[in-house]
Every structure is written in structure tokens, then in C-alpha cells.
Design a protein around this ligand. Structure first.
Ligand code: 5GP
Ligand code: ZN
Length: 118
């Protein structure tokens, strides 16, 4: 899927509405449309990278910033603190990895169990 037809690029551009969690120059986060857990949002680079399989050395700083944001945003969105609370960070990659949307994204899920899935 190209950038032009990518639903997450359209969400970043505001062409598809989303419930925004966070935005800066390089990063966007928004609630998943079909949440598995009481807290479930997606953390993505604004840059269109299809998956983790396309990540190279030039993306190290961006990936580091994405991952470092996850705990802060998880607490902001209502996950309880570690260790009683916490969150699940998930990145499906490729068909056999269970990836459905071809724009790199990290799922951040948390909140009281049971969850719908996961
Ligand atoms: P994947 O299976 O690729 O790891 O996960 C894709 C996720 O994107 C799914 O959890 C799905 O619910 C979510 N999703 C798909 N389309 C949209 C959309 O248009 N808006 C939002 N907010 N989430 C979406
Ligand atoms: Zn994209």
C-alpha cells in the first residue's frame, strides 16, 4: 500500500477523523477504532514506513522517541502505574505477524482485565 492510499497517513493528515492522544512534528498517537482493552491507542511515526521490516539505522532516533513516549502516554490515557498496572506494547509485522494496516504502528493497551483480546 502506498502513502497516498494509506489510512494512517490520512489520519495524520486529518483526512480521516481520529481521537488524538498525542502529536508532535514526527509522531502521532490516536485511539484504536476497535479497542481490545479499556485503554488502546496506536503510536505511529508520521513518516510512512510500511512496517518494522522497513526500519533502518537512519530511523533509530525516531524509533527511540516512539518507544520512550509509550509509558508516558499509557499513564496519561489511564493505565495504572507499574507494576500493578502497566501496559502491553505490540507491533505486528507482516502477514504472518498479524499486521493489517501497512503503516508502522505500536499498539499500547492497558487497563483493568479481562480484555476483549490479548
Ligand atoms: P494491525 O493488525 O495492523 O496491527 O492493527 C491495525 C489496527 O488499526 C487495528 O487494531 C484496527 O482496529 C485499527 N484501525 C484500522 N483502521 C482504523 C481507523 O480508520 N481508525 C482507527 N482509529 N483505527 C483503525
Ligand atoms: Zn502511511
Amino acid at each position: 500500500m502506498s502513502e497516498a492510499s494509506c489510512i494512517f497517513c490520512k489520519i495524520v493528515a486529518g483526512k480521516i477523523p481520529s481521537r488524538k492522544v498525542y502529536e508532535d512534528e514526527d509522531i502521532f498517537a490516536f485511539h484504536d477504532i476497535h479497542p481490545w482493552a479499556p485503554v488502546h491507542f496506536l503510536l505511529i511515526p508520521k513518516l510512512h514506513l510500511a512496517s518494522m521490516a522497513q526500519v533502518g539505522a537512519e530511523h533509530q532516533a525516531l524509533l527511540g522517541r516512539l518507544l520512550a513516549l509509550a509509558p508516558r502516554l499509557a499513564l496519561q490515557e489511564g493505565c495504572r502505574p507499574y507494576p500493578q498496572g502497566g501496559f502491553r506494547l505490540l507491533c505486528n509485522t507482516g502477514a504472518e505477524g498479524g499486521q493489517e494496516v501497512q503503516h508502522l504502528h505500536f499498539h499500547v493497551m492497558g487497563g483493568p482485565r479481562p480484555w476483549l483480546k490479548g
